[in-house]
Structures are given as C-alpha cells and as structure tokens.
Design a protein around this ligand. Structure first.
Ligand SMILES: *[C@@H]1O[C@H](CO)[C@@H](O)[C@H](O)[C@H]1NC(C)=O
Ligand SMILES: *[C@@H]1O[C@H](CO)[C@@H](O)[C@H](O)[C@H]1NC(C)=O
Ligand SMILES: CC(=O)N[C@H]1CO[C@H](CO)[C@@H](O)[C@@H]1O
Length: 195
C-alpha cells in the first residue's frame, strides 16, 4: 500500500466508483446533497391488522406477542407495552387499497413494537421492497414513531437501485381504524443516492 502512488490510488478509486455506478446496467452518478433531497417519493403504507374477525387473507400484519404481566397491569386501550407486530404490507402511490393486498410492486416488510406503558408510542424497523419497472431494490428504515402528527425516521441504507442510499422519511397518520387498519403517508427524501 505504501508503495502505491497517489495517481494509482485515484485511478483505483475511480474504477471502484464507476463499477458501482454501472452495476445495474446503466451509468449513474452518486449524489450527496444535504440541502436538497436527490430523490423524493410519496408512498402510502397500509397496515391491515389481523383482528380475529377479518378473513386471514385480508390481513397483512399481526401481533406476535401476548400481553406481558407489566403491560396487563399498566396499559390501557390495548397499547400493550412490548406488543410487537410483524407486517408484510402493501405500499401504494395513492391512498386506495390495491386490488390484491398480497401482490404489489412495493411492499413494507418488518416490525413495530409499542414502547410506552400507556399510549401508542412505537418503534419501527422495516424494509421497503421495490419490485416494479421503475425500481428494483430495497430501502431500510428505522426509528422512533411517537404519537405526534408528523415524525421522521431514518433511512439507513439501501440495495439495488437504492445502493448506499440514505435519508429521512416523514410519516403522517393518514387514516386510523383502531387495531384493524391504519394508513401512513410516507414522504421519502434521500440525501445520498445514485441519480
Ligand atoms: C376480505 O376481502 C374479500 C376480498 O376483498 C372480501 O370479499 C371480504 O368481504 C373481506 N372480508 C372481511 C371480513 O373484511
Ligand atoms: C417481482 O415481480 C414479478 C412480476 O412482476 C414476479 O414474477 C416476481 O416473483 C416478483 N419478485 C418478488 C421477489 O416478489
Ligand atoms: C382491510 C379490511 O378488509 N378491513 C375490514 C375488516 O373487517 C371490518 C369489519 O369486520 C371492516 O370494516 C374492514 O373494512
């Protein structure tokens, strides 16, 4: 390494960057722009929770924990402390539910759990999986989801078309029907991405 000239290091760096850029069959440029997002998308996240009355095929999300002794003692209105929900939810560009809940070009796959003793304060970790003509790849998101009107979670990375992407997603609850259904508006803003 010590014997490498500056020029050969630069040549190697350019080679590595350009091979990443053409990895998906087209030449792309990596942009880092903290003032303005290099990419913006609005998607709606539909969480259709198995509520023991809807048919199982209508549900894309389910609680995977039983209430703990602590949550039974302190939680009200079903916001059980420690309640964890695993989902494989449809995501859409518009607000309407898609015709098929199981087969959409964009999915949100992951989990959330309630982390407040007496209210709907959650923590989210999931991937947005893109399988469309526009995008192939994933974005990985995580962060605190407090019970306030808009909240930001981190986009910590990506794969495929979103290789090495990072940014922020602003969430807003757009519809809420108790423990049966809720819809989140997600404004995805990438500040590091290939364009
Ligand atoms: C489940 O979905 C099917 C198809 O959309 C619908 O016909 C049925 O009424 C739904 N069932 C419930 C309980 O919502
Ligand atoms: C992606 O979509 C195609 C059809 O458009 C489907 O055949 C394929 O199984 C999907 N892949 C995944 C991983 O869902
Ligand atoms: C998404 C979905 O189909 N939700 C339905 C679950 O069942 C209730 C009635 O039991 C309907 O009101 C929801 O629309």
């Amino acid at each position: 390494m010590a014997t490498w000239s500056k020029t050969s290091l630069i040549v190697a760096a350019i080679f590595l960057l350009s091979s990443a850029g053409v990895a998906h069959g087209r030449s792309r440029r990596f942009v880092t722009s903290y003032d303005e997002p290099c990419k913006k998308m609005r998607l709606y996240f539909h969480d259709i929770i198995y509520d023991y009355s809807n048919s199982t095929s209508n549900s894309t999300s389910a609680a995977v924990t039983k209430p703990t002794a602590l949550s039974t003692a302190v939680s009200k209105n079903g916001y059980f402390f420690g309640r964890m929900v695993v989902f494989n939810d449809p995501m859409t560009e518009g607000k309407a539910l898609p015709p098929s809940l199981e087969e959409t070009a964009v999915r949100a796959q992951g989990l959330y759990f309630y982390d407040k003793k007496d209210g709907p304060n959650a923590w989210l970790a999931f991937s947005i999986v893109f399988n469309s003509t526009a995008h192939q790849g994933t974005l990985n998101l995580m962060g605190a989801d407090p019970n306030i009107e808009t909240r930001d979670i981190s986009i910590v990375g990506g794969t495929g078309d979103f290789f090495m992407s990072r940014g922020v997603a602003t969430l807003r609850t757009d519809a809420f029907e108790g423990f049966k259904y809720f819809r989140l508006q997600m404004d995805i803003k990438l500040y590091e991405c290939y364009v």
